[in-house]
Design a protein around this ligand. Sequence first.
Ligand code: SF4
Length: 453
Amino acid sequence: MKHFDQSGAPGFYLETYGCQMNVADSQVVAGVLSRAGCRRVERPQDADFVLLNTCAIRERAETRVLARLSELAGLKSRRPGLKLGLLGCMAQHNRARLVQKAPYLDLVVGPDGYRRLPELLGHDGFDPAVEVRLNRLETYEDIEPVPEDRVRAYVTVMRGCDRFCAFCVVPYVRGRERSLAPQSVTNEVRRLAALGVKEVILLGQTVNAYRYGTTDFAALLRAVAAVDGIARIRFTSPHPLEMTERLIEVMATEPKVQPYLHLPVQSGSNRVLEMMGRGHTAEQYLDLVGRLRRAVAGLALSTDIIVGFHGEAEQDFAATLALLRAVRFDAAFTFKYSRREHTRAFGWGDTVPEDEKSARLAEVIALQEVIALERNRELVGSAVPVLVEGQARRGGALLTGKTPQFKTAVFAPLMPVAAGDTIAARVCSATSHTLICDQLVGEPGRQGLASAS
Ligand code: SF4
């Protein structure tokens, strides 16, 4: 592996698009480049290498990245020595088209190629350096990611996905499932705890499909919970079919595992769920939600919904609205179906016109806003422990943090409070996205909530 000279350490600028897996991968990229003697810079103007870590899940994400790339091409034309690289799922998915559309790219590297970045950045050819081989064994186990946040950090525990849902490009761009050794995971969590991190989010494309030898995800969670210094543990994204009783029991009994679950459902229609290849019905999903809520006190749930999937008829969409009403999620991430090349559904075509997709999306969002507001208002008057992150976006003296249910809380501090502290607060009022709180004097409990379920 080529290493750069430490004295004139080259600067890299890294921008991240897409999901938490990409955020975690950017930390791996920063780890690889730091190990090779590079330093991170905050502005592309100050960089020797500008890298975009991209997402291919939806067409819109790609359009955004292409627009950003052409902006950066202007910078490159003023500074010909600058190297411009595209990393991540979009690089993996579309390398040929990308190289054609953005001929000024110096490198194109997929999610399993980051180990070779120092070498590829040293490449001086006319054609871009391309590394898009998928590697069934690559877990970056030995790379120390560079966390950007000292309160909450992501820890990747598995990569890839074997499920091949009909709409999803992930198995094609991130490859098949592989898990990190439990020892590597706990070592990483210990390292983060020593850096002062208070909360870890265990990550995987289907995180609860984690398996290493005889260690399943439930056992991994217990092992992570045994690490001193870490106060809160979450994980994302689980697949409903992998929510075992053992895992539910760990969620119910391990105090560090927080009462929040992002549980993608995608649709409320059995016909659509079957076409998508999700492997469960709406009734089975509702049954799982019931078991989770009975087991885990104060559990908050969020989900992903796709509207306008191939063949989604009015009654299918109505079933999705009915499921939203039945579950009453605390939050939902809603998307219009976007056909992706290489997926099974790509060849089936788009049957729902764009304006109908937009109308369905608006309806689903409007319903969810009402439900989220109702659920948050149910918390008014209750006490919540808030892990403080820093200043609230709207500024002033307000601070912000997260409750165990991963709800955003804002409050005016009564006394000096630092990021990473957990304070007790009382919910005074709520919007659909935020709890407005008063700080309380006293020790915060684990839940601090009347049951929100
Ligand atoms: S479970 Fe389905 S939606 Fe999730 S990453 Fe795998 S293929 Fe994609």
